[in-house]
Design a protein around this ligand. Structure first.
Ligand code: CDP
Length: 131
């Protein structure tokens, strides 16, 4: 069986990275993640990412590059991450999250990231610092 893909965005704007605090489910609530969600049937990851970021944050984004790697999320799911440029809108926690933070290059360790997001966050932070 092929694992199903969850896609998440390392959304950046003005040299800062967007972090989103999950409000559910209970075991993940309070931890921070790169926002995203599951692919729907027939969707490409980049399409799913744009849709999820629109639904969850009310913003328009453009996927830029895949962060190399793939991280297991438990049975049947893997996490893939893209960097994404904010095109328009001011992100708001419309669903799944109760707080958002823009993190500068020296602040990317300031929140309690979900374990599975940490390798991609580290790479996104490196890209932020090195341009
Ligand atoms: O919104 P949707 O139901 O499509 O997906 P989700 O609930 O946001 O994410 C599906 C699963 O992926 C959840 O178990 C999340 O914890 C996990 N996930 C993650 O581990 N890291 C992310 N950056 C995004 C989602």
């Amino acid at each position: 069986m092929t694992d199903r893909v969850v896609v998440a965005g390392a959304v950046y704007s003005g040299g800062r990275l967007l972090a989103a605090r999950r409000s559910a489910p209970e075991e993940l609530a309070g931890r921070w993640e790169l926002p995203g969600g599951k692919l729907e049937p027939g969707e490409r990851p980049e399409q799913a990412l744009v849709r999820e970021l629109r639904e969850e944050l009310g913003v328009e984004t453009e996927p830029v590059a895949r962060i190399p790697g793939e991280w297991p999320l438990g049975p049947g799911y893997v996490l893939q991450v893209w960097t994404a440029r904010l095109l328009s809108g001011d992100p708001r926690p419309l669903e799944d999250h109760d707080e958002l933070r823009w993190l500068g290059p020296d602040e990317t360790d300031a929140v309690d990231w979900l374990d599975q997001d940490r390798p991609a966050v580290a790479e996104a932070a490196r890209l932020l610092r090195d341009g």
